[in-house]
Design a protein around this ligand. Structure first.
Ligand SMILES: [Zn+2]
Length: 350
């Protein structure tokens, strides 16, 4: 759709070129200047369009209309990851009938839907996903639901997105999907979830608003907790090496440098080359980080081998999923506190 509009624009300028620019008084220099101006102008127009229209509607909130619920019937809600599920549960409370697809420990990048998931999705009044291409393995199923007219809400819509071109993917800039590593982004999630639930179930809008308000306050408290804890790490130690590039938003917010990652990309669905690993171990030695971190949803083997080689300790963090019941990381807030405590422990020692 976009590309279509783009090419129409170019053909319009082609026509202008044929008439006005073919006159004799336009010298070759002036002609090329006018062309350059028009190219810049056309690109500027295209750029404005790109910013104001979300690409293919994928990471935008669709228009929502109230669901005709029977008296006492709850909104049937599906959430993709355990983290999205916990935040949705906090806003929806017992007013919604929530199914969370991924269990603690499951990797959101590679997760493939089960038959039960597909059944739950097909009956859902609304589906909440992280968005920004986090759920690579769910993409086809989610897209099919959206095509059937079911509302799909990417909770990260409206977050200020980090972009990166991972090494080995030259020229392909990708959005960083790990928005939850800054609690201020999760406040945006809460806004989106509150908006969607209230639009679909307006009779309970006041309850959703109250529950969202209470949770937003807890997220602000979490942000304050993290800022306070990070102060305990000597500034020269505020450096992160992780299994994949999951901590960009955290680093931006709390003043860390991301030195690198074993898998040098935003996804776990990739493998590092021998030269990537050699480069990373050289960087770790050069920068002198005291510890490196591995996520709970990836195979720790490669990270452990690397740590042994360069002589640093490995600590485990919760990245794409909550912890099991009793772990202390079974909620989003508990998971963030557990991770921050581990990072402080790992980087405070020398
Ligand atoms: Zn990840």
């Amino acid at each position: 759709m976009y590309r279509g509009r783009h090419s129409r624009r170019w053909s319009l300028y082609d026509r202008v070129g044929d008439t006005a620019l073919s006159r004799n008084w336009v010298g070759p220099v002036r002609r090329s200047l006018i062309w350059a101006f028009m190219v810049v102008f056309a690109l500027w127009i295209a750029g404005c369009a790109a910013r104001s229209t979300p690409v293919a509607g994928e990471d935008a909130i669709p228009t929502l209309t109230p669901v005709a619920l029977e008296p006492g019937q709850k909104l049937r809600v599906v959430a993709s990851t355990s983290i999205v599920g916990d935040v949705v549960a906090n806003v929806g409370g017992n007013l919604i009938d929530l199914t969370v697809l991924m269990e603690p420990g499951q990797d959101p990048h590679s997760y493939e839907p089960t038959a039960k998931d597909i059944a739950a999705i097909s009956k859902a009044h609304v589906i909440f996903i992280n968005g920004l291409s986090l759920e690579e393995g769910l993409e086809r199923t989610i897209r099919a639901a959206a095509d059937r007219g079911q509302p799909v809400i990417p909770v990260s819509a409206g977050v200020h997105v980090r972009e990166l071109t991972p090494p080995g993917e030259r020229g392909k800039s990708r959005p960083d999907p790990h928005t939850w590593f800054d609690p201020n982004n999760v406040i945006v999630w809460v806004d989106n979830i509150e908006h969607a639930l209230s639009a679909l179930d307006p009779n309970h809008a006041a309850d959703y608003a109250a529950q969202a308000d209470a949770y937003r306050q807890k997220l602000r408290d979490l942000d304050a907790y993290i800022r306070e804890q990070v102060e305990r790490i000597p500034p020269e130690h505020r450096k992160l090496v992780t299994d994949h590039l999951a901590f960009g938003y955290f680093a931006d917010r709390y003043g860390f440098d991301v030195i690198g990652a074993v898998i040098p990309g935003f996804s776990t669905v990739a493998e590092p080359s021998a030269s990537d690993l050699a480069k990373l171990s050289a960087q770790i030695r050069e920068v002198g980080v005291p510890a490196i971190f591995v996520g709970n949803t990836t195979n720790p083997h490669m990270t452990e081998v690397l740590a042994k080689e360069v002589g640093v300790r490995v600590f485990s963090l919760y990245t794409g999923s909550l912890g099991k019941p009793g772990s202390g990381a079974e909620t989003y807030i508990g998971m963030m506190k557990t991770d921050v405590d581990t990072i402080v422990k790992g980087l405070s020692s020398s």
